[in-house]
Design a protein around this ligand. Structure first.
Ligand code: PBG
Length: 330
């Protein structure tokens, strides 16, 4: 790169007007970049607020269909479903996870039946259904890997059967992507895509989410034996390579904002579809400050989401999806 010295080079020339700035902007946030995570609950015509996530609600399936329609009308390409599971359905063996008629699968079918032009992503992890609150099967205090993978495969097949377009394994067990891919191929679901939660860190930023899905109370201990240590970067690269070899179609980094270095490294090293999850705690942080008038909510929303694009992400899972989509549409 060669650069003329000042005064031949004046960087402020191209910052002078909105039009010039638009002309040279290197990355742009669009509605096509958004995946909207939505919390689903049981019942009819029910919606309740998630206190630690202002503006976010859990909705019953009938309202979910309307929400999905709204998302499709806004041009949001995908929604991601997270069920709030009744505590009475949580067991040590997690059987509800692969019940074809569990809340998540009924929700998927209802949206499919509405014929909406929107992709449905579902979460593959046992925590909503686990009496221990963990993402894997627990025996004698140990989170079992291979037994968990067997359960996750059954869960993945039930979700594909219900009509999910994208499966998001968020469990961080080893070998899950390969096992799921093989099962999907052999059960007639060869076109169901996998967005692997590849670099998912053991993070304190998931707190509000666990409240939203009712997992906070159930969780015994922490998730550090399967989610990544937040000091690690090389490990994330090895996991991306592993997941790609196992058949992942898309890679996700989670959380988002504190991990943009990982997003940038993944995209520049592998050049594959790369996504970030701006998680519940990040949303709560921005909304909490905005509600107090300490930050300008709209502006930090757009700036934070644009930063993901600049880091190289192809898209972002964000609770801001409908709000930013409305803003981009205006
Ligand atoms: C569960 C799961 C979690 C999130 C997505 N899937 C929580 C966890 O791992 O404890 C977090 C999302 C968020 O915080 O917004 N496997």
């Amino acid at each position: 790169m060669t650069q003329a010295p000042y005064p031949a080079a004046r960087f402020r020339r191209l910052r002078r007007t909105p039009a010039l700035r638009a002309l040279v902007r290197e990355t742009t946030l669009t509605v096509d970049d958004l995946i909207w995570p939505i919390f689903v609950r049981d019942g009819t015509n029910e919606r309740d607020a998630v206190p630690s996530m202002p503006g976010v609600e859990r909705v019953s399936i009938d309202l979910l269909v309307e929400t999905a329609r709204e998302a499709a009308d806004l041009g949001i390409p995908a929604i991601c479903l997270f069920p709030y599971t009744d505590p009475s359905l949580k067991t040590e063996a997690c059987e509800e996870a692969w019940n074809p008629d569990n809340l998540s699968n009924r929700a998927t079918r209802a949206i499919r039946d509405a014929g909406l032009d929107i992709s449905i992503m579902t979460d593959v992890a046992l925590d909503p259904y686990n009496a221990n609150g963990h993402d894997g099967i627990v025996r004698d205090g140990i989170i079992l890997n291979d037994e968990s993978v067997d359960a996750l495969v059954k869960m993945a097949l039930a979700q594909a059967e219900a009509g999910a377009d994208i499966l998001g394994p968020s469990d961080m067990m080893d070998g899950r992507v390969a096992a799921m891919r093989a099962a999907l191929e052999s059960h007639g679901h060869k076109d169901v895509a996998i967005m692997s939660y590849t670099a998912k860190y053991a993070s304190a930023f998931y707190g509000p989410f666990r409240d939203a899905v009712g997992a906070s109370g159930a969780l015994k201990g922490d998730k550090k034996t399967y989610q990544m240590d937040f000091g690690n970067r090389d490990e994330a690269m090895r996991l991306v390579e592993r997941d790609l070899m196992e058949g992942a179609d898309m890679i996700m980094v989670k959380p988002g904002m504190p991990y943009l270095d990982i997003c940038a490294a993944v995209k520049s090293t592998f050049g594959v579809p790369t996504f970030a999850y701006q998680v519940s705690g990040e949303y709560a942080m921005l909304m909490g400050a905005a509600e107090r008038g300490w930050l300008d909510g709209d502006r930090v929303m757009v700036e934070s989401l644009s930063a993901f694009k600049r880091a190289g992400c192809d898209g972002i899972l964000t609770y801001f999806a409908p709000r930013v989509a409305r803003m981009l549409q205006a």
